[in-house]
Design a protein around this ligand. Structure first.
Ligand SMILES: [Zn+2]
Length: 287
């Protein structure tokens, strides 16, 4: 049976000093199992720090994923902005690979006034080039465009899974809270979450569920989708249903908690997840 590793988006609040190396040690102490390196405001880590982080995370058995900068738009009408976006993804992928990260996620594009099918083609073309460049360097980090939280952003579950189906070396990052916010309240029941997982499996094969990169946190949303992240118990996010569906569909991979209280909600998710796994082993509950 697969297991989902649960961890934080960035350095846990209780980690001192505020470094990635101290963070992986703290995560291990807390009983968490992975961390997303947050480069959302820019890739600020040199090759040597990346190698040190790799050694430290391996020592503490903390697996790493990575979030590339927010300033990415592979559908910009300005070619220099597309070039800069590609460069940011490449930079993140190189540092992440040096740090031993398995997967790099990013918000791929905005629709603007472009026809959505054309946006898909634009994103696909640029991602192909990024993938080829990384392949040439021997860099096998998973490129993971993410399901996004606002209807103005490229990134429905259909678009993200289709990119993964059409480009080798590209995989989905499923942010369940974004799906919930973007749809203004859907994707919040066991059946809805199960359908997402079954869609991933039908389009990408069983192996995609064995190594899923996922995000989950409380989320506030309005008519335009995502507003901000919330603490899970203070939100309407049905995280119990998500966790139950993950166990029932034998999902493996990384579940990153982006709640403002980071490790506290990550530990809540971990306790709940372990309980569901335990119940299942005992033959109680679903399936
Ligand atoms: Zn994100």
């Amino acid at each position: 049976m697969n297991r989902v590793r649960i961890g934080t988006a960035g350095i846990p609040i209780s980690a001192k000093p505020r470094t990635s190396k101290a963070a992986v040690k703290k995560l291990a102490e807390l009983g968490l199992e992975c961390m997303e390196i947050e480069f959302v405001r820019g890739v600020r880590m040199g090759e040597r720090s990346a190698q040190e982080l790799r050694a430290e995370s391996e020592q503490h058995h903390i697996e790493l994923t990575e979030h590339a900068p927010y300033y990415i738009n592979l559908n910009s009408s300005e070619s220099d902005k597309v070039a800069a976006s590609k460069e940011r993804i490449l930079q993140a992928a190189r540092v992440g690979w040096a740090a031993g990260a398995k997967s790099v996620t990013f918000h791929a594009a905005y629709y603007h006034d472009t026809d959505h099918e054309q946006v898909f083609e634009n994103v696909k073309r640029e991602l192909w080039e990024i993938r080829r460049e990384l392949d040439d360097e021997g860099n096998q980090i998973h490129l993971r465009p993410e399901t996004t939280g606002s209807p103005t952003q490229f990134g429905t579950v259909e678009e993200i899974v289709r990119l993964a189906a059409e480009i080798p070396g590209v995989y989905p990052c499923i942010d369940f809270s974004h799906l919930h916010a973007r749809s203004i309240g859907a994707y919040n029941t066991y059946d809805e979450i199960s359908r997402v997982l079954e869609f991933v499996q039908s389009e990408l094969g069983r192996s995609a569920l064995d190594q899923m990169h996922m995000h989950l946190s409380g989320i506030e949303y309005g008519p335009k989708g995502e507003k901000k992240h919330l603490i899970l118990p203070e939100s309407d996010m049905n995280y119990q249903a998500v966790l139950q569906a993950l166990v029932d569909h034998d999902v493996g991979g990384w579940l990153i908690c982006e709640s403002p209280n980071l490790e506290e909600d990550a530990l809540l998710l971990k306790r709940e997840y372990d309980q569901i796994v335990q119940n299942r082993k005992g033959g109680i509950g679903h399936g």
